[in-house]
Design a protein around this ligand. Structure first.
Ligand code: ADE
Ligand code: ZN
Length: 336
């Protein structure tokens, strides 16, 4: 381990782009399948790992939704979230803003209350026992209908106090943000912030639409912004953060080589970029692995790493006072 790798591990960090269903490790997948009497398409944990070869986002999503079918009971969602929080603690993550995909479960007959109940119970335990603060983001699946998104928003009403923002994820191509304008407007009227996956496989136009029509506070991924200088300017001027996920981008062939990741150039051009793990059980690494991979490939300096980590707190949905406290903790480690 190099000095820089050690430094990365030692920094307190925030994670802002994490799908809780994407933290389902093969071992827990098998345990839950047995517990719930569900037959998996895999003969062993090794077979699961071998199946994780993707040429594009949709290849991954098919396997990700199949994996999620082992999640049935409130306790399953608790166990999933708790396992992530233990990994988060190992990665020195002190604040996390996690997304969940309720429609991936409610369409299988799992009650919304079991999904959010298990996740939220684990998050509150994580705060008490591990000191990890959190926010929760309800993501709508863009391959499902607007009606289904509205139904999901209605199901969230009794739990509104637990949810900070709504998001939009799943298959991007051919599902532009415009489709979801009305449901996002309703969500904003209810007081939710909004985040949107855009520019992962989609064009810069999808990022413009996420900003103009869905009024996104953050863009998840945003890779294709690099193709549009005006968009890069707007992201910088209006301080719209991007939540980059380097290992995800490599695994899903959004980039050919890690050296091609646009994150460093975006930072140099004034965009508030953050590094995140997206679906770490599927993409081969948690937050430290992502930071190390990108630091090595793009030859990031210590200062650039600190900037990325500070960005993660600044781009989070916590209060300014909380941000100041976390930034101070980063500076203390930086100065050691
Ligand atoms: N759902 C989980 N991971 C995703 C990703 N990388 N892009 C879109 N939807 C997702
Ligand atoms: Zn994502």
């Amino acid at each position: 381990m190099t000095e820089l790798h050690k430094f990365i591990r030692s920094l307190p960090k925030a994670e802002l782009h994490l799908h809780i269903e994407g933290t389902l490790e093969p071992e827990l997948m098998f345990q839950l399948a047995i517990r719930n009497g569900i037959e998996l398409n895999y003969s062993s944990e090794l077979a699961v790992e071998e199946a994780y070869q993707f040429d594009k986002l949709q290849d991954f999503l098919d396997i990700y939704y199949a994996g999620a079918t082992v999640l049935l009971q409130e306790q399953d969602f608790y166990d999933l979230t708790w396992a992530y929080l233990l990994k988060a603690a190992e990665n020195n993550i002190v604040h996390t803003e996690i997304m969940f995909d309720p429609q991936a479960h409610t369409e299988r007959g799992v009650p919304f209350s079991a999904v959010i109940g298990g996740i939220y119970r684990a998050l509150t335990d994580g705060y008490e026992k591990l000191g990890i603060s959190f926010r929760l983001i309800l993501s709508f699946l863009r391959h499902m209908s607007v009606e289904s998104a509205f139904k999901t928003l209605k199901e969230a009403v009794p739990f509104q106090g637990w949810i900070t923002a709504v998001g939009l994820d799943s298959s991007e191509k051919n599902f532009p943000p415009d489709i979801f304008s009305d449901v996002f407007e309703k969500a904003r009227d209810m007081g939710f912030l909004t985040v949107v996956h855009a520019g992962e496989e989609g064009p810069p136009e999808y990022i413009w639409a996420a900003l103009d029509l869905l009024q996104a506070s953050r863009i998840d991924h945003g890779n294709s912004a690099i193709e549009d200088p005006d968009l890069i300017d707007v992201l910088g001027i209006y301080e719209i953060p991007l939540t980059s996920c380097p290992l995800s981008n490599l695994k899903l062939k959004v980039i050919k080589r890690m050296e091609d990741h646009p994150l460093k150039e975006m930072m140099e051009r004034g965009v508030k970029v953050t590094v995140n793990s997206d679906d770490p059980a599927y993409f081969g690494g948690y937050l430290n692995d992502n930071l190390i991979a990108v630091a090595d490939a793009l030859q990031l300096s210590k200062e650039e790493i600190v900037q990325l980590v500070k960005n993660s707190f600044e781009a989070s949905f916590i209060t300014d006072a909380e941000k100041r406290d976390f930034l101070k903790r980063v500076e203390e480690v930086e100065g050691e």
